[in-house]
Design a protein around this ligand. Structure first.
Ligand SMILES: [Zn+2]
Length: 372
């Protein structure tokens, strides 16, 4: 049995435990959050382990650098309700920076109203900015910032926490998006290349290592990246992931760093498909991506996106692949090392213990309830 198969077997068990946990929590009407709005300590521990597990697997599988700092995706800052349009410039190291999920970044940019992620926010009586809708669903208004300055450093888990507080999006949802969002730690940003590579790689790892993942997400972007990958190879795709140094640099020089990170991919595409192909593809994809964002959270119109958007690009790539079979690259299926396996199994064991602990506790509560 390969090392990744062993990890996979454990993950399948863990996913089954998650299923039980979610059912048990629903049954016992157990809240994921405490009265004071903080995340249930047990759930937080479990999610942290799940995140640690994803990060470790990604690093071992793709050779990414382990993050030096606590996990975060985007940083933004507000002052007197005004949105700092270039948050990366100032947020680093500031105690009044707030770290938000990539989707929320757009929301902050448009004074907390963004159809892109179905996020809506408003300044309520207390003078503070609250999120009132996420993914176009009403949520219990959740304070996003302080009166004048955003007041806390938060991370991805806090974003998930916010969704959980809303009570509309539960642990199920979080686990579904986890592998993708965790991949953004290494591949931050937006657009087709970023989302496609993020989804493609996290989906591949999910298949290989049995991570739980949502059945559909960014399917067209993924289709584009998987085709590009067969043309230019895995390494070229992986080259858009950031090293720790580049992550630091990107906080102060976003555009320059992003130009740099796409250099290798651009070279690979232009070398193989003709000079200027990358820019042409990128322009076309950026245009379509902006269109797509308009449809993203509207189920009916989203169908249109699924049918039409990016189709011509995919066709173009399909055609190219058909006509150049001798130029294609085949990706490998490397195994991780014995030591890497042991490291992940250690996290999995901890995770299993934590989930079991919670399951046992819920079980005894249930019995208690029956006795009463
Ligand atoms: Zn994404």
């Amino acid at each position: 049995m390969s090392n990744f198969d062993e990890i996979k077997e454990n993950n399948i068990n863990i996913n089954e435990m998650f299923r039980k946990l979610i059912n048990q929590m629903k049954k016992s009407n157990i809240k994921t959050f405490n009265e004071d709005g903080t995340l249930n300590e047990n759930i937080r521990k479990i999610l942290e382990l799940e995140l640690k597990k994803c990060i470790s697997i990604y690093c071992f599988e793709y050779g990414f650098e382990f993050p030096k700092e606590s996990v975060s995706v985007h940083e933004a800052k507000t002052k007197d309700g005004q949105i700092n349009r270039n948050p990366e410039l100032n947020a680093r190291g500031d105690i009044d920076g707030v770290t938000v999920y990539s989707g929320l970044q757009n929301g902050l940019d448009t004074i907390l109203t963004s159809s892109n992620v179905g996020l809506r926010g408003q300044i309520l009586e207390d003078g503070k900015i609250h999120a009132t809708q996420v993914f176009n669903k009403d949520i219990i208004s959740t304070k996003l910032s302080g009166e004048k300055n955003v007041s806390s450093n938060r991370d991805q888990l806090d974003y998930f926490a916010e969704l959980l507080i809303s009570g509309k999006i539960d642990l199920d949802f979080i686990l579904d998006v986890f592998p993708h969002e965790a991949m953004h730690i290494f591949i931050p940003g937006q657009g087709v290349f970023v989302e496609g590579a993020t989804e493609r790689l996290s989906r591949e790892v999910s298949d290989k290592y049995g991570l739980r993942m949502s059945p559909t997400s960014h399917s067209k972007e993924t289709a584009i990246i998987s085709r590009l990958e067969s043309i230019v190879g895995r390494d070229a795709i992986l080259s858009i992931a950031l090293t720790n140094n580049q992550k630091e640099l990107r906080k102060v020089e976003k555009n320059a760093t992003d130009t740099l990170r796409f250099k290798k991919l651009k070279e690979a595409i232009d070398n193989k498909m003709g000079s200027g192909t990358f820019d042409k593809l990128k322009d076309e994809l950026d245009k379509e991506y902006r269109e797509f964002l308009k449809y993203r959270t509207k189920p009916n119109e989203f169908q249109m996106y699924r049918k039409d958007f990016f189709s011509s690009t995919i066709e173009y790539l399909n055609e190219w692949i058909k006509n150049n079979p001798d130029k294609l690259q085949i990706s490998n299926n490397n195994d991780i090392s014995e030591n890497q396996k042991i490291e992940i199994i250690k996290i999995q064991k901890e995770e299993i213990n934590q989930i079991q602990l919670l399951l046992d506790r819920l079980k005894s509560k249930e019995i208690e309830g029956e006795v009463k």
